[in-house]
Design a protein around this ligand. Structure first.
Ligand code: MLT
Length: 229
């Protein structure tokens, strides 16, 4: 599902949903859990995030790739590599990523969070599952984006011998990934969110988020909260 606006076309009852938002929400979540964050509670709105901040959560809020004033953390994965966050409970809202997770959690068997950073860990987990798999790309405000599509394609490519490919969107994503895999950074160079991040002076996050298999973590939603499986 290349954008959450098309999620209503899919039945996800018997399905594991892997939500991805490569730049940068799910890359932050994977990094945070890899560095020892206790839990991450994704919420759709800034108001919900503020309420959790009032209850003692460390609160991360991003809109349009910028930190929302008054919150503790921005949406850079490097901000989650912090000893002070070990064991912490974080509440997080982002423009697209956390919204997609909240949409997915309604009826899926399980909601996982994927990024290139934990690609292999997600693949290994999905190899032994008796369910369908839907990759939900967060995109940008309802639009398809390249980097999330490439991640979906990487998963399809890695799992094509275990699952039947059900949708042309999955085939398209896989073929794009096959073209891009030897130079992901070059392939996304002119994409919309890369340009947006560059305009904001955010450069190092781009290359970081495109690295494969840095972490062996599988973030899974338990109730409303993401933990490492
Ligand atoms: C999002 O959820 O839309 C993103 O993570 C935006 C960002 O790069 O901060």
């Amino acid at each position: 599902c290349l954008t959450p606006d098309l999620l209503h076309l899919h039945t996800i009852d018997n399905t594991i949903v892997v939500v991805t938002d490569i730049f940068r929400a799910t890359s932050c979540m994977v990094t945070g859990l890899a560095y020892g964050v206790g839990s991450i509670t994704p919420v759709a709105t800034v108001e919900e995030c503020f309420e959790l901040q009032q209850k003692g959560y460390i609160a991360a809020a991003e809109r349009n790739a910028m930190k929302v004033e008054g919150f503790d953390l921005d949406n850079s994965p490097f901000s989650y590599m912090d000893e002070d966050l070990v064991g912490a409970n974080i509440a997080m809202t982002t423009t697209n990523g956390t919204l997609s997770i909240t949409k997915a959690k309604t009826s899926a068997v399980k909601v996982l969070v994927g990024a290139f950073l934990n690609l292999g860990a997600i693949v290994n987990h999905l190899k032994s599952q008796p369910y369908d798999v839907l990759v939900l790309c967060a995109g940008w405000k309802g639009r398809v984006n390249l980097e999330d599509t490439l991640f979906a394609g990487a998963l399809v490519d890695a799992l094509k011998d275990e699952y039947i490919i059900g949708e042309d969107s999955a085939l398209m994503a896989m073929r794009a990934y096959q073209q891009a895999q030897n130079d992901l950074l070059g392939y996304v160079a002119n994409s919309s969110h890369v340009r947006r991040l560059q305009r904001l002076g955010i450069h190092k996050d781009i290359a970081y988020c495109l690295q494969r298999d840095l972490y062996d973590v599988v973030p899974v939603l338990r109730g409303s909260t993401l933990v490492n499986m």
